[in-house]
Ligand binder design. Structure first.
Ligand code: 5AD
Ligand code: SF4
Length: 450
């Protein structure tokens, strides 16, 4: 996902302090960029729409795969001519790539500031210190930082749906993954600050919050507020506020969360439950800490307790040592679960991870590519099957905007997280609308209001 926050009106009319922010990567980064703006606002910065007008360019970066980093390196090069034209322009690299590469980012002469995910409070002083002539770097990871007291400046355009970070970091150390190294140890955020943020959002017109964490099911505050309890607290704000969450680690997804979902109709009927591979041998090398059978038992429980729930997953093709049989097991688990959508990737070796150390990146690119294409093709088929099952059924859709294809149509999502398009009538963004599905493609449901 690439989000560019440049269509929001300046908060302060200060021509000298205009910041342009680009965000790459996951939803957590989108939320972090909002935290960054919230930190910069009191220092006199306003967001600007055009990069040419910026006095400061910030890029919030992603390191999850090599191609994400390559894209950002290429983007940094594009700032060089801008800096030639505007000698006072400063460039800051934030987020995971800042944490991973540290001073290496300063070598190219374009970047002035490097700030890791736990350093955003320091941004105003880092910017200030640039006037001394030295480039600035802060990549200290913290055991405590959750930005709990910071109200992120919302930059989404629809004003309907917002992200709330409930925890930071990750302790799981999946062998392929760079996240625990660049985002540090897992820490949960004070539940009262989460509930307050959700309440404020609801009171200012938002209708949906997504609780974010690398592994939300291991959320724990003061040994007593579990994720199930937190979900219940947020869902209790109003039946008119939808609650979503992401991501769930299958090893930590317990029944209490499922019962909480079942008991609260405003907790959305969708669980993102990344399986990564269908083969026990691969799962073991990935250090996922569950077997295929255990994963399927979780899915069975979800089906029992929340029967109307959809499931989505992340898949990695071509991890170290993956045989053709392992790959077939991945295809078969996808078919068995019937995911309505998936995020699908080729394995990309990340320096300094356990996999880079222990397991050679030994699947040729063409094979990774072919396996990934088979996974994508299968997912398209499964998405269509899942959507076809909804034709004839009624769903409550939360309207998010006007359809890109036709001004006479609105789009929104069902509780199951499926995009649904229908004739606008007198409905508007933020409304809950009952829609009967009349047709579908693999990506979208189409319907009429009832
Ligand atoms: N290579 C490919 N995909 C990866 N992911 C994480 N690390 C890697 C990697 N090294 C994927 C996983 C994870 C998602 C966020 O990104 O599927 O769930
Ligand atoms: Fe990475 Fe695994 Fe943590 Fe997800 S749970 S962020 S894949 S280490």
């Amino acid at each position: 996902m690439t989000t560019k926050f440049h269509s929001v009106k300046p908060i302060l009319d200060n021509k000298l302090k205009q910041v342009y922010i680009e965000t790459y990567g996951c939803q957590m980064n989108v939320n972090d960029s909002e935290v960054v703006l919230s930190v910069l606002q009191p220092a006199g910065y306003s967001i600007c729409e055009k990069i040419q007008e910026a006095s400061l360019i910030l890029v919030n970066t992603c390191s999850i795969r090599d191609n994400a980093e390559q894209k950002i390196w290429a983007r940094i090069e594009q700032f060089r001519p801008l800096k030639k034209r505007n000698k006072s322009l400063k460039v800051g690299i934030l987020g995971c790539m800042a944490e991973r590469l540290k001073e290496k980012l300063l070598d190219n002469g374009v970047v002035d500031i490097v700030a890791g995910p736990d350093s955003y409070r320091k941004l105003p002083s880092l910017i200030e210190a640039l006037s001394g002539g030295d480039k600035q770097i802060n990549t200290m990871l913290s055991q405590e930082e959750t930005y709990a007291d910071i109200s992120p400046v919302r930059m989404d355009k629809n004003g309907v749906s917002a992200f709330i970070a409930i925890m930071r970091g990750c302790n799981n150390f999946c062998s392929y993954c760079v996240v625990p190294y660049v985002r540090g140890r897992e820490r949960s955020r004070n539940p009262q600050s989460i509930v307050n943020e959700a309440k404020e959002l609801f009171e200012s017109g938002y209708k949906e919050v997504t609780l974010l964490g690398q592994n939300v099911n291991s959320y724990l505050w003061d040994k007593e507020v579990t994720f199930a309890k937190l979900l219940e607290m947020v869902a209790g704000i109003s039946p008119q506020l939808r609650v979503r969450f992401s991501t769930s680690h299958p090893k930590d997804m317990d029944d209490s969360v499922l019962h909480t979902i079942a008991a609260n109709s405003n907790i959305c009927r969708h669980i993102h439950l990344p399986v990564q591979s269908g083969s026990d041998a691969v799962l073991k090398r990935m250090n996922r800490k569950y077997t295929r059978e255990e994963y399927l038992a979780r899915v069975e429980k979800i089906r029992q307790i929340v029967p109307e729930c959809t499931l989505s997953t992340d898949m990695i093709a071509g991890f170290s040592g993956e045989t053709e049989d392992d790959h077939k097991e991945t295809l078969s688990i996808m078919e068995q679960v019937g995911y309505y959508t998936s995020f699908m990737f080729q394995y990309s070796e990340r320096p300094d991870t356990k996999a880079a150390e222990k397991y050679p990146d030994n699947i040729p690119h063409e094979i990774k590519n072919r396996r990934l294409n088979e996974i994508i093709e299968l997912q398209n088929r499964l998405s269509l099957i899942s959507n076809e099952q909804d034709v004839g059924k009624e769903f409550e859709v939360l309207v998010e905007g006007t359809s890109k294809r036709s001004a006479g149509e609105l789009f929104g999502r069902t509780s199951q997280n499926k995009v649904c398009v229908f004739p606008a009538g007198d409905y508007k963004v933020g409304d809950y609308v009952k829609v009967k599905v009349t047709s579908c493609s693999s990506a979208t449901l189409k319907g009429v209001t009832v």
